[in-house]
Design a protein around this ligand. Structure first.
Ligand SMILES: *[C@@H]1O[C@H](CO)[C@@H](O)[C@H](O)[C@H]1NC(C)=O
Ligand SMILES: *[C@@H]1O[C@H](CO)[C@@H](O)[C@H](O)[C@H]1NC(C)=O
Ligand SMILES: *[C@@H]1O[C@H](CO)[C@@H](O)[C@H](O)[C@H]1NC(C)=O
Length: 303
């Protein structure tokens, strides 16, 4: 158990993302491989938009990816990690997802992914998807419903009424600064509250203290596992959870408070906080359970 915590701690402090498990398809592809392929395998990161254009429209796509899988196999790659391919307005290179169940049309839609997965299986290659749990696009239906206060969605995101300053102006509840500069809080006129976004304004942060959010994300994972995806690379793990008390972050020594200076505060309440482990465990347990229930051989739990 200690080993797992150590591994995760390393990921939290040193990396933006982390490969969580994944199931072993050896029974299906009929090749001999170890159960812990994901620990020792060689992954090739593909940024689909620029990797290979399969339909000649000038933008990379999954048809292009499919055409290159044999090449990846030939050079000794174990699996490919696809950078975000889900539907997205593209404010942050696909890291702002508006629909977790749909592959963006620019990449060829869900049908194109299906073909990639099939081809990969034939070749004995793994395919893992980029999973972006920390926030959605503001165009996501979940956010639209949350803004509207629709029953069951009110607490999907981190909302706060803020406070009133000495001039009677409503201001954000604390000094948190977005990684993309400016306050981490944006006022929403319809909901009459601020919402939290650690990145772009169009990337509202999900509220993982709400069990419904975790359940919704588990459904997303299950859906793609059912489609034949071998696992997930989890994006921006250090930023998943924030301090519930919304405490001000301390100034970085030698800096003065300036929202254009993303290093002006020490991110002790918005990054690498203990509660993040719970989310990582939940994701991991879910995928492990999936593998167990489907009787897919896997030895991915590091205990
Ligand atoms: C918005 O909220 C109202 C009141 O809860 C509800 O009747 C309506 O269906 C919601 N609309 C959407 C699009 O969720
Ligand atoms: C209140 O308004 C005055 C005049 O515009 C301004 O100088 C001051 O900084 C404001 N105070 C706050 C807390 O924003
Ligand atoms: C997150 O969701 C929980 C459970 O629904 C709720 O109690 C809490 O107030 C929400 N937190 C924020 C910051 O919205």
């Amino acid at each position: 158990m200690r080993f797992l915590v150590l591994v995760l701690a390393l990921c939290l402090t040193s990396a933006q993302g982390h490969v969580v498990q994944v199931r072993d398809r050896q029974k299906i592809v009929g090749v001999t491989e170890t159960d812990d392929w994901w620990k020792t395998g060689v992954f090739y990161q593909i940024y689909p938009r620029s990797f290979m254009d399969g339909d000649g429209d000038g933008v990379g796509d999954l048809k292009g990816v499919k055409a290159k899988l044999k090449y990846l196999k030939d050079i000794g790659i174990t699996g490919a990690w696809l950078s975000p391919i889900f539907k997205s307005p593209g404010v942050d290179q696909g890291y702002d997802i508006s629909d977790y169940y749909t592959v963006d049309a620019v990449f060829g839609g869900n049908a194109a992914l299906k073909k990639v997965l099939w081809e990969a299986k034939m070749l004995g290659l793994k395919i893992i998807l980029d999973f972006v749990p920390n926030h959605t696009s503001d165009q996501n239906e979940w956010f639209k419903k949350s803004v509207n206060g629709t029953d069951g969605y009110e607490d999907y995101y981190v909302w706060n009424e803020g406070k009133v300053d000495s001039n009677g102006t409503r201001v954000p509840p604390n000094n948190w600064v977005s990684i993309f500069k400016g306050s981490s809080w944006t006022w929403n006129e319809q909901r009459k509250k601020f919402y939290l976004h650690q990145f772009a304004t169009q990337q509202p942060d999900l509220n993982y203290s709400n069990p419904k959010v975790m359940e919704a994300m588990k459904k997303v994972l299950t859906y793609w596992l059912d489609q034949g995806v071998d696992g997930f690379r989890v994006d921006a793990v250090p930023y998943i959870m924030e301090d519930k008390e919304l405490r001000d972050e301390p100034l970085t020594p030698g800096h003065k408070y300036d929202q254009n200076d993303v290093d002006c505060v020490e991110r002790i309440y918005t990054k690498d906080i203990d509660e993040t482990f719970d989310v990582v465990y939940a994701i991991r347990t879910h995928v492990d359970e999936y593998a167990k229930n489907k009787k897919i051989t896997t030895r991915s739990v590091l205990v």
